[in-house]
Design a protein around this ligand. Structure first.
Ligand code: GAL
Length: 372
């Protein structure tokens, strides 16, 4: 009787597991079930490693909507394969339409970092206000005493209002050219003006636009917000205050006018590598990479890090985060999303190892692999 019971329970457990959970392998593009047997709902996410546990934060997506109707989900794992649903770490507000994070807003690309000094978990994300499409282009901030939340929403804004980038030239700063000079976008003159700070000047008073984003904590504990700005034309890298809760006003523009999105970053042997995408909405495109000796530049473009079939489409995905595995030498996970905009909840996770060839990061497809 007891043997039968054990056998039935074991069979049920195996049935509710996916193939990856049995083999303990990462299987890019497959259904990844959580401890409840549901496909993980943590899109555009990032990972925090804290006290031996990986916490994965990502966008909750619905069957047929990209709007935030639930909030930002948090899952936990010790092996990067078996994930437990912890909770909605930052729920949308359901009883106050004037809240920035009211149900129906857009919350994307959440990233959580731990601040050693304040002992707080700090969550930054891309926020778009309800009913305004992607016009607000704000960054949102929430904070918690525990990695699983519930996070307390603090505020949202466009960063660095009133501050000029550190690397703007006098000519760019003093230029009298404004958007009114350009009845048409995408002309050679317009492109050149954008490269030369047209939108930085336009947005100076209200703050710089901030859409696709990541947060990077450097070896010295300083944190940086890396985001697609200036109508997605230019990446900006901005320093955060010591408590990671605000921008200091020190920032640079990089890859000006090169329209990059989906910034992800890693550091190896003192060099910073930034892997981004082109801007084609939910449709995949070829990733790009740049390298620098310092976060504030100079950045040098290196081209597409992907190799092999579908390398021109980032293996049909778009990057969201690079996880460095602590305690394992030179082990990095490139985390990307294979978006399914018609049924957003069905989006798949494309996690691939970053290898180094001639010292440069390279991404290749693997049907299955282990990070740990
Ligand atoms: C993508 C971006 C996503 C989302 C989408 C909306 O390019 O990376 O995070 O904002 O556009 O169309």
């Amino acid at each position: 009787m007891r043997t039968n019971y054990v056998f039935i329970m074991l069979t049920l457990t195996l049935l509710s597991c996916s193939a990856n959970q049995i083999t303990k392998k990462i299987m890019p593009g497959e259904i990844w079930k959580d401890d409840r047997g549901l496909h993980i709902n943590a899109h555009g996410g990032g990972i925090l490693f804290n006290n031996g546990i990986y916490y994965w934060y990502g966008e909750h997506k619905d069957e047929n909507s990209n709007e935030a109707n639930v909030g930002i989900n948090c899952y936990s794992s010790r092996d990067l394969v078996n994930w437990k649903f912890e909770r909605v770490a930052l729920p949308v507000v359901t009883n106050n339409d004037s809240s920035d994070i009211t149900k129906g807003c857009i919350m994307e690309r959440p990233k959580v970092v731990y601040n050693q000094k304040t002992k707080k978990y700090v969550l930054w994300f891309h926020l778009e206000l309800k009913g305004k499409g992607y016009k607000a282009a704000r960054v949102g901030l929430a904070v918690s005493d525990s990695p699983t939340g519930i996070f307390k929403y603090i505020r949202s804004y466009r960063p660095n209002a009133g501050k000029l980038p550190l690397n703007i030239t006098d000519e760019q700063k003093n230029s009298q050219i404004t958007v009114a000079n350009f009845p048409k976008s995408w002309t050679p003159e317009w492109i050149s003006a954008v490269e030369n700070g047209l939108f930085v000047r336009r947005d100076l008073a209200g703050g710089q636009m901030s859409r696709d984003m990541t947060i990077y904590v450097d070896d010295d504990g300083k944190a940086y917000h890396i985001y697609s700005s200036e109508d997605n034309q230019t990446i900006q890298i901005a320093e955060l205050a010591d408590d990671y809760m605000s921008h200091t006003g020190r920032y640079v523009r990089i890859l000006a006018g090169k329209h990059n999105e989906a910034p992800t970053i890693l550091k190896k042997d003192g060099k910073y590598y930034l892997i981004t995408s082109d801007c084609t909405g939910w449709t995949p495109n070829a990733a790009r990479m740049a390298v620098a000796d310092s976060l504030f530049g100079e950045w040098k473009e290196l081209g597409n890090p992907c190799v092999g079939a579908d390398s021109n489409l980032t293996f049909k995905s778009q990057g969201t985060y690079i996880l460095k595995i602590e305690g394992k030498k030179d082990t990095y996970v490139f985390m990307a999303d294979r978006w399914t905009p018609k049924t957003p909840i069905d989006g798949r996770y494309i996690w691939l190892p970053i290898t180094f060839e001639n010292g440069i990061p390279v991404l290749r497809w693997y049907n299955e692999w282990s990070a740990l």
